[in-house]
Design a protein around this ligand. Structure first.
Ligand code: NDP
Length: 282
């Protein structure tokens, strides 16, 4: 029978673990703190920032919010980041993306101290991941590894296919699966024979941003399928890159949308904040 991998339940487990660690640190006199910066009023960003603040409140992490107007200059934003880098009471810094077009996203990401880079987007964090050194890992792929491990899915020696090569999902996903000793293939929009490659996968990670693209013809009998996509379908219902109904009949386990990968991203962000605080303390 196909198993639904329950991201809601697993993310709650992680948040509970974070809560315990946050309260232990508090007893030692250390209040874990995440600075969340939003520039402008993009409605989707406001929802994401709100969810992050809620997760902070749930786990006992202090969230320090900076809501900057759209017309903020890049200099002003960089000055704020520099101040937060120096502030010992702040352990994680997050700039909600996208930022307004008049700013250089790369410069802003690079301004965040790698010690406080809880999103794992800084080139130092990305480099550390690729050479196996400690550093922060992008929350969505880190959450997927937790989903697999906590659902009892073996990665070691398995044929893993990641479809999508973005800097925040596909590439770090491939590195993490490799670190877990998977045999990893990364596909993208230029890949020939995508279907055949996907059908080889023991573990298929779909992260292309195309609603219900992967149907049962893309999966092998008994595979494990991780759906990263988030979309609204024609009936305004949430769906992923995977056609869940069709794929579920054939695979051994699959993540639903909603309730799969989505909740894991914020749980891992909370986890990274505690890690940042512990590393700064030691
Ligand atoms: P990007 O748009 O940055 O990257 C998409 C990738 O998919 C690219 O590498 C692209 O290839 C590849 N691709 C696009 N079309 C095809 C195709 N037909 N065949 C093969 N490869 C293709 O997306 P993200 O990685 O940021 O996000 C992917 C999805 O995950 C989105 O739906 C997004 O909303 C969702 N998401 C969900 C998160 C969560 O918390 N659940 C977090 C982050 C993202 P190429 O490089 O050649 O252009």
């Amino acid at each position: 029978m196909t198993k639904k991998i329950d991201g809601k339940k697993i993310s709650l487990e992680i948040k509970e673990e974070v809560k315990v660690r946050v309260s232990e640190l508090k007893e030692e006199g250390l209040q874990v703190c995440l600075a969340v910066i939003q520039v402008g009023n993009d409605p989707a960003s406001t929802v994401y920032v709100g969810n992050k603040k809620k997760a902070c409140a749930y786990t006992g992490i202090e969230s320090r919010a900076f809501a900057l107007p759209e017309e903020t200059t890049q200099e002003e934003l960089l000055e704020l980041i520099a101040r937060l880098n120096e502030d010992d009471t702040v352990h994680g810094i997050l700039v909600q993306l996208p930022i307004p077009a008049h700013m250089d996203e790369k410069k802003v990401i690079e301004a965040i101290s790698p010690k406080k880079d809880v999103d794992g987007f800084h080139p130092r964090s990305v480099g550390a991941l690729s050479i196996g050194e400690p550093g922060f890992v992008s929350c969505t792929p880190a959450g997927i590894i937790q989903l697999l491990k906590r659902s009892g899915v073996e990665i070691d020696g398995k044929e893993c296919v990641v479809v999508g090569r973005s800097n925040i999902v596909g590439k770090p996903m491939a590195m993490l699966l490799l670190r877990e000793n998977g045999t990893v293939t990364v596909c993208h929009s230029h890949t020939k024979n995508l279907k055949e490659i996907c059908r080889r996968a023991d573990i298929l990670v779909a992260a292309i941003g195309k609603p219900k693209f992967f149907d049962d013809s893309y999966v092998k009998e008994g595979a494990v399928v991780i759906d990263v996509g988030i979309h609204r379908d024609e009936n305004n219902k949430l769906c992923g890159d995977v056609d869940y109904e069709k794929v579920a009949e054939k695979v051994s386990a699959v993540t639903p949308v909603p309730g799969g990968v989505g909740p894991m991203t914020i749980a891992m962000l909370m986890n990274n904040c505690v890690e940042a605080a512990v590393r700064m303390k030691d």
